[in-house]
Design a protein around this ligand. Structure first.
Ligand SMILES: Cc1cc2nc3c(=O)[nH]c(=O)nc-3n(C[C@H](O)[C@H](O)[C@H](O)COP(=O)(O)O)c2cc1C
Length: 305
């Protein structure tokens, strides 16, 4: 057994072709599991790996002689592919331009996003790093404006059943058990949020997913690093921007999909397999707004130590 994920608990199997191996030791260098050593000029498996092979694939990818096969934990040698020409590698300036021009988009043209484009976004997002391979990120794709709106409408109905959570008596009770900041957060953000989402949906205005033509919900499993779905969503957002689409991350949905009245039914309707510590919805569509200028952003702190 290796580190368990929702997809597999087993260790992967590593085979080294002793005839092909030239003893260069690159596999020893890249294996974070300390799974290789060189004996008599050839790579062999070490007897004391840290966890057992996680199938990150680094040893296969680095081997100049193609002498290593890793099979298991959702990886096979067939998952190796050649790199494209280095001339197409994006440089820092083009990436920075993409990042700087991006704005959270909440207004979309009434134009569908094709399945082909959705697949391109998913293909890019699947290259995202993850805490432990194989990725434990799950994605629900809501394809089409109607399905996205239905999701928001169901979400608001579910929120309505849990409105008591932000009622005055609950926040009064909270003051006994929680610090002031948490209570303030409930009063100043959570309560108005419930009111805004539910109230506007009742008037036919979708302020949850903004009538986007596509929404992706990235969520993890109970095993995965909580950051995994967030990293994948960030890759998806960048990919969407590179394809000329507008996008917006929506953090306010995931926390309400964990527990409460009607939540289990909601998860079941949308095939959401797990509760998870973190998750993020990403809406995507053709932007209705074109910004004339960028907006400078900054971190709260950058401390060079
Ligand atoms: C993690 C995360 C969660 C967010 N959640 C929401 C949300 O629930 N609803 C919303 O309208 N915007 C949401 N946003 C968008 C931000 O409000 C937006 O990034 C912010 O307004 C800054 O604008 P910019 O992205 O154009 O720089 C979220 C953004 C991030 C990164």
């Amino acid at each position: 057994m290796s580190i368990p994920t929702s997809r597999t608990e087993e260790m992967a199997t590593v085979t080294i072709d002793q005839i092909k191996c030239n003893g260069c030791g690159k596999c020893v260098t890249v294996c974070s599991d300390y799974g290789f050593k060189i004996i008599n000029g050839k790579a062999v498996r070490s007897e004391e790996p840290l966890f057992g092979c996680l199938a990150c694939g680094h040893c296969m990818a680095v081997c100049p002689e193609n002498a290593i096969d890793v099979t298991g934990r959702c990886l096979t040698p067939d998952d190796l592919f050649p790199f494209t020409e280095p001339s197409v590698k994006p440089d820092y300036n083009s990436l920075l331009q993409l990042f700087q021009a991006r704005r959270s988009m909440r207004k979309f043209k009434d134009q569908p996003v094709s399945r082909e484009i959705i697949d391109l976004i998913l293909a890019a997002a699947q290259t995202a790093p993850m805490g432990v391979p194989p990725s434990d990120v799950n994605v629900v794709v809501l394809q089409g404006k109607e399905k996205v709106r239905q999701f928001s409408s169901d979400f608001c109905s579910m929120l309505d059943k849990n409105r008591w959570l932000v009622s005055r008596w609950i926040t009064a009770l909270m003051t006994l058990f929680y610090d002031r900041k948490t209570v303030r957060f409930f009063k100043k953000f959570m309560r108005p949020l419930f009111d805004i989402y539910i109230g506007s949906m009742k008037k036919g205005i979708d302020l949850v997913t903004y009538d986007a033509p596509v929404a992706f919900y990235f969520y993890g499993s109970p095993y995965c690093d909580p950051a995994d779905p967030i990293v994948a969503a960030t890759y998806a957002m960048t990919a969407a921007e590179s394809l000329g689409l507008g996008s917006c991350m929506l953090g306010a949905i995931h926390p309400f999909l964990q527990s409460g009245f009607g939540v289990k039914e909601f998860r079941s309707k949308y095939n959401i397999r797990f509760k998870s510590r973190e998750g993020l919805v990403l809406i995507v569509g053709y932007p209705k707004v074109k910004y004339a200028r960028g907006v400078r952003r900054s971190f709260a702190n950058i401390d060079f130590i």
